[in-house]
Design a protein around this ligand. Structure first.
Ligand SMILES: [Zn+2]
Length: 349
């Protein structure tokens, strides 16, 4: 039995800003390989792991391997680095963060995102949040030449320097839980494929955070009968998050999405998800993530060719799209059980 916490730790600590998913792909491949008949990487970089069952229902389970991060935009004469976001990031959470710049030669250069000390801020400045254009990365260099000599170039990806940590009880914190939680679930699901009478495709997708791009090509190639995205959703249950905004709470079970900014869960898949949760007797939460725009790979997969009935299982995760998030391990374990049981449900036709 795979140690799900160790797998999540390894995946969370790995670097995988969108467009650079290699490390995550290697980890997934290593864990999943013993349990499937075939593993391939498509032209865009999606990892497609297949458990063959000729003539049976084809089900695709997708988790995205990429994470939000930054990219080098410009190098200033003073030796500091300007950056742009990759994926949806709030500039206010970036101030004072430790980061790692990944060069083309594979060097990892540590740095710190700037801030302005309170001593030298004007009273009116203190009321305002920094904007992206005010921020830069300090790597300890004093000139642009020095930065370039280290091998840093425009377009290099930048990740947050955050290590996985266990919190109180069943809670954990770390980088890129969106969507390394889904990736860890794929690993745990792989061990149970023998129990399901369906052809299963476990897929690690690329470039979800910049527009669900990998899911488009992976689903086109597979053209499954059903698809389920394994992802995270905004976790509530903390001060400042209202029930009119978010209903999903960490610790209350996996979340079944009914509707989000890009998908109305297909009635057949939704029924299977709810029936599976009932059979297992586990706590689960239904979610309507509207009127917001957030969505998952399922939104793109469902539009493949003549259409793929799709649904979503998420884990309510706090502070997503920030350098460090918080989630509940039990929710993740039950998301795995729910995914397997739903595949059984769908395989019955
Ligand atoms: Zn995600």
């Amino acid at each position: 039995m795979v140690d799900l916490v160790r797998a999540l730790e390894e995946l969370s600590n790995a670097f995988g800003v969108a467009g650079h998913e290699d490390q995550v792909r290697d980890i997934l491949r290593r864990y999943i390989e013993p349990y499937v008949d075939e593993i391939r990487v498509d032209k865009l970089g999606n990892l497609i792991c297949t458990k063959r069952r000729e003539g049976k229902v084809k089900i695709m389970l997708a988790a995205h391997m990429d994470e939000v991060g930054l990219i080098v935009k410009a190098i200033e004469k003073e030796g500091v680095i300007r950056f742009a976001p990759i994926g949806g990031l709030d500039p206010r959470v970036l101030v004072s963060q430790r980061v790692i710049i990944h060069t083309r030669e594979g060097k990892r250069i540590p740095g710190v995102i700037s801030s302005i000390p309170p001593h030298i801020q004007e009273p009116q400045e203190r009321e305002k949040a920094f904007k992206l254009e005010h921020l830069f990365i300090d790597i300890g260099a004093t000139s642009d030449k020095e930065v370039e000599e280290l091998g840093i170039r425009i377009g290099d990806p930048i990740s947050f320097d955050v290590k996985f940590t266990r919190l109180h009880g069943k809670y954990v914190s770390g980088k890129a839980f969106d969507d390394r939680i889904g990736c860890a679930e794929l690993i745990a699901i792989a061990e149970h494929l023998d129990e399901v009478d369906a052809e299963i495709y476990l897929v690690g997708t690329v470039q979800e955070e910049v527009g669900l791009r990998g899911a488009a090509t992976a689903a086109y190639g597979i053209y499954p009968d059903y698809a389920i995205a394994l992802d995270v959703t905004v976790g509530g249950g903390i001060p400042g998050v209202k029930i009119t905004q978010v209903t999903a709470r960490p610790g209350q079970g996996p979340v079944v999405t009914v509707a989000d900014g890009g998908l109305l869960a297909h009635p057949k898949v939704l029924r299977a998800l709810i029936e599976a949760a009932r059979r297992l007797g586990i706590k689960y939460q239904l979610e309507t993530f509207l009127p917001y725009g957030g969505t998952t790979d399922a939104a793109r997969i469902t539009l493949t060719r003549e259409g793929v009935p799709s649904g979503v299982i998420t884990v309510a995760t706090r502070y997503i799209h920030a350098p460090v998030s918080v989630a509940n391990l039990e929710d993740m374990e039950n998301a795995v059980r729910l995914a397997i049981e739903t595949c059984k449900e769908l395989s019955r036709g």
